[in-house]
Design a protein around this ligand. Structure first.
Ligand code: GDP
Ligand code: ADP
Length: 201
């Protein structure tokens, strides 16, 4: 008897430190792999210039976010540098059930919670080529004060210690090369899923 999860889509978690390029890589993947679905997170942080409600995030007040937690509307949530972030449950579950693959872009605490609930997920840790590159990327993005830069680098060092929980490490040296690696991982995971389905009949 074939288990239900084998008919479900793949849950792909892209994680890693702030500024490593998760957002950049996910946008590039969207162009390359339009058949993938991307989860939109809820957050209490203020929108940055150009960010749109329901596209980049669902922007919530703290009481609204806490209500989502109470009502079990989030698969995972985490507090990150003073704000709450979480993945709405229903959209992810419905997408997987419909057989489509879904990509979650989350920081490390959240990724570990997702792993507990979805142990068959594919967990990818993005690494910067060096810490200096990471610092430059965060500064180049121009969204951080000196204080929040230091916070984010401190969090990054703790996050590297969790790499052993992940299935894959991908170095984001160049965006296209990192996407090639992620695309190869997804293709290989589909082949593995096909093998499981065929071998179990
Ligand atoms: N746990 C969790 N983390 C999230 C979620 N959405 C985004 N994040 C992460 O929260 C961190 C901060 O996100 P953001 O403020 O947009 O800054 P940036 O990703 O560093 O540009 C990043 O590491 C995101 O990947 C989520 O739904 N859950
Ligand atoms: N491979 C790369 N090479 C150089 N710069 C990059 C690369 N990937 C991302 N960046 C830059 O690094 C900064 C942080 O990227 P972003 O996608 O916002 O990271 P994250 O979502 O992980 O916080 C952005 O300015 C982005 O243009």
């Amino acid at each position: 008897m074939r288990a239900d999860y084998q008919k479900d889509g793949l849950l792909i978690v892209i994680s890693g430190p702030s500024g490593v390029g998760k957002g950049t890589i996910c946008s590039a993947l969207r162009q390359r792999l339009p058949e993938l679905t991307y989860s939109v997170s809820a957050t209490t942080r203020a929108p940055r210039e150009g960010e749109k409600e329901g596209v980049n995030y669902f922007f919530k007040t703290v009481p609204e976010f806490k209500k989502m937690i109470e009502h079990d509307e989030l698969i995972e949530w985490a507090q990150y540098v003073g704000n709450y972030y979480g993945t709405p449950r229903r959209f992810v579950e419905e997408t997987l059930k419909s057989g489509k693959d879904i990509v979650l872009e989350v920081e490390v605490q959240g990724a570990l919670q997702v792993k507990q609930r979805f142990p068959k997920g594919i967990f990818i840790f993005l690494l910067p080529p060096t810490m200096e590159d990471l610092k430059k990327r965060i500064l180049h993005r121009g969204t951080e004060t000196e204080e929040s830069l230091a916070d984010r680098l401190g969090v990054a060092i703790d996050e590297f210690k969790q790499i052993h929980h992940y299935d894959y490490v991908v170095i984001n040296d160049e965006v296209e090369r990192a996407c090639d690696r992620i695309e190869a991982i997804i293709m290989a995971e589909h082949c593995r899923k096909d093998r499981l389905i065929l071998s179990q009949g």
